[in-house]
Write a protein of this length. Sequence first.
Length: 416
Amino acid sequence: MSRPTAPEALTEPAERAGRGWTAALSLANGAVWAGWYGPLQILLALQAAALAPPGTAKESVLAWVTGAGAVVSMVANPLFGALSDRTASRFGRRAPWVLAGVLGGAGALVLLAGADTVPQMALGWCLVQLTLNAAFAAVTAAVPDRVPQRQRGAVGGWVGAAQILGVVTGTGLATLAGGVVAGYLACAGFAVLGTLPYVLLHRDPVLPAEQRPAGGARALLAGFLISPRRHPDLAWAWLTRFLINLGNALALLYLLYYLRDVLHRPDPDGGVLVLTAVNAVTLLGTVVVGGLWSDRVGRRKPFVLWAGVLMTVATVLLAGWQTWPGALCAAALLGVGFGVFTSVDFALMTEVLPAAADRGKDLGVINVANALPQVAAPVLAAPIVQHLGGYRVLYGVAAAVGLLGALLVRRIRGVA
């Protein structure tokens, strides 16, 4: 395959992205998400229950560990996005960071597998977040680098489909590998193998050294200050994504404990896997279709709005119908809504970016709206579950937050 010519690095792409490139990028994205969600769905919760000191609730340990990792993620994603913007490697701006990120992430997962205290567990998870966010920032920025606007809904759909398949794969590896240590090792191996086709078979546009952004560390840090007044659409899009993701994070954070302590499932680990699979089937049925439909009609906001409303209905089911059938229905509806949201919201975000030279950094700032809910959700969820009404109130709050996010998408003016 021929290397893209240098000027493509900072120009708006005009040629449609090929199927092979889209498939390889999607697989790399799914591999990163498998490295994240095997731990988040299963392994961290099991470790928290095993390592919690006497008198300390497992929910609090899990909240502390995941919250610390999310803080690292909020810093790492825009930082590595900005560094990839400035990378004038002959291998392109993004691919070196994808490879370095997944190799570092695999090593961090191995370290996490050997943790036998809560501080070691927290350190390992923070390193996982640091390294895998380097890869994720580069994968995300590759889309506006290579995909024209008229195709971004469809490509966002395929990338989103791979994301949920990565979640399912990570959850499956964590559940079926045969223990916590084996689960971490399996997720680490898949993260590396899944990124190799993109790194080895496809080349990124090369940024000539003379086009590299000027300035040192001070200029790099100053670039993260994006004025909401100058870029209101970016600000409203960020807030929409943050609130919808916060509602989703509140709903999913304690899912294992919800099945164990409220529904009294005899096999809560397996229950999480079943719900994840149901969610994946309905999500896969809508994520690509939603993106293609959005491209065809040339509109983004109505899709995001109604996807958020549907996700709100799913969360209300968890609050009001606390049975196994209720959980299955909620998982199915959440998949439909999140499928459309995943592809169309991603396309919307790429259309509010201020400058081509800063795509990685700006998308990294936007991706903070994915990571910050991981910090906020434990802070909100732990006291609600333990002192303010339990899971019924938790899911009611999650529904209200997600609905607010869906409604605010109407404030974006520059995107239909």
